[in-house]
Design a protein around this ligand. Structure first.
Ligand code: PBG
Length: 333
């Protein structure tokens, strides 16, 4: 607009940005504690706690120590924990420990559910902690991960977790048809309320490195990769097809993983299906932010909250994040 030879912008977006109250009034997305799932690493035995060096602030804990963590998460209002076991005894090529009713995960689930019944518990359904080679499934002589043979074991594992009281099972293995097979078995066995949290669009990402250190599968996996079952980071249409299949087969929540480099996938999935959609801010993303913060290069609190809010803006209903406790403390303050 030209007025007396001077130019005035008709719209001054900065008017609404100037004050805290008006910024609050026009804020489009919010992060709350309800949006957070906290992943934890559990160890066999008692009175054990180990730092994970590539994930500063994250530890592996035996059940007795994990009880305090769970209590804190519950008090902070975090709706659910996701349990990842560190298996030291009983690994074999058939992954039989994955469905041992007295194994680490069922034991932890029973104890946590009896102490904190209102805290949601999700278990990871995949064989990598239980196999000697560190792949998520059974392999043939050429090292190829067998789909249907693996799915049969995943079904046993999911049932074993449901029997122990898991509220949600989270297949993170990427076998074809596993959601349908698990759903059918749960229904047949009467676990009609057990939810399936499907890792649907799970990419073959190098950002999982620190996680593999944490659960101790990195050494077992060696130079092998997971390209024959996890998705190619180049693909987006394929993610839509994966999500469509998992929903058709009975998934209750679907996941995109990793998180920050894949916000476009979250947006496309959410816009396409309009179903509960979660993001996994994975170990490597956590490690990057932590390392930069430790060097004084980034403000940890601000970057953490900004990264989590960005998931909401991208369309995620919530985030699995190793920052869950820290974020919940800040949101409460
Ligand atoms: C394996 C599994 C992985 C993660 C969760 N479940 C690693 C992998 O696929 O090799 C990674 C999570 C993270 O990096 O935080 N079933």
């Amino acid at each position: 607009m030209i007025f007396a030879n001077r130019y005035f912008p008709a719209t001054r977006l900065r008017r609404m940005r100037k004050d805290e109250f008006s910024r609050r009034l026009m804020r489009e997305n919010v992060l709350t504690t309800n949006d957070l799932i906290y992943p934890v690493f559990v160890l066999e035995g008692e009175n054990r706690e180990q730092a994970v060096s590539s994930m500063p602030g994250v530890t592996r804990q035996s059940l007795d120590k994990l009880l305090y963590t769970a209590e804190e998460a519950l008090k902070l209002g975090i709706p659910m924990l996701s349990i990842f076991p560190v298996i030291e005894t009983g690994k074999n090529n058939e992954a039989t420990e994955a469905y041992n009713p007295d194994g680490l995960v069922p034991t932890v689930v029973r104890e946590l559910k009896s102490r904190f019944p209102e805290l949601g518990l999700m278990t990871d359904v995949a064989l990598d902690p239980y196999t000697i080679h560190g792949q998520d499934g059974l392999i043939d002589d050429a090292g190829y991960v067998l789909n249907d043979e693996t799915t049969a074991i995943l079904v046993k594992q999911a049932l074993c977790h449901a029997e122990a009281g898991a509220d949600m099972v989270g297949p993170s293995d990427m076998m074809d048809g596993r959601i349908g097979a698990i759903r059918e078995a749960l229904e047949e066995e009467g676990f009609i309320h057990t939810k399936i949290f499907a890792y649907s669009a799970k990419y073959a990402s190098s950002f999982y490195g620190p996680f593999r250190d944490a659960v101790g599968s990195a050494g077992n996996l060696g130079k092998a990769d997971k390209y024959s079952y996890q998705m190619d980071p180049a693909n987006l249409d394929e993610a839509i097809q994966e999500v469509a299949m998992d929903l058709e087969e009975g998934a209750d929540i679907i996941m995109v993983k990793p998180g920050m480099p894949y916000l476009d996938v979250i947006r496309r999935v959410k816009d396409t299906f309009r179903v509960p959609t979660y993001a996994y801010q994975v170990s490597g993303e956590y490690a990057m932010l932590k390392a930069a913060a430790q060097n004084g290069w980034l403000n940890e609190e601000k970057c953490m909250l900004e990264s989590l809010l960005a998931f909401k803006r991208a369309g995620a209903d919530g985030i699995l994040t190793y920052f869950a406790l820290d974020a919940a403390r800040l949101l409460k303050a």
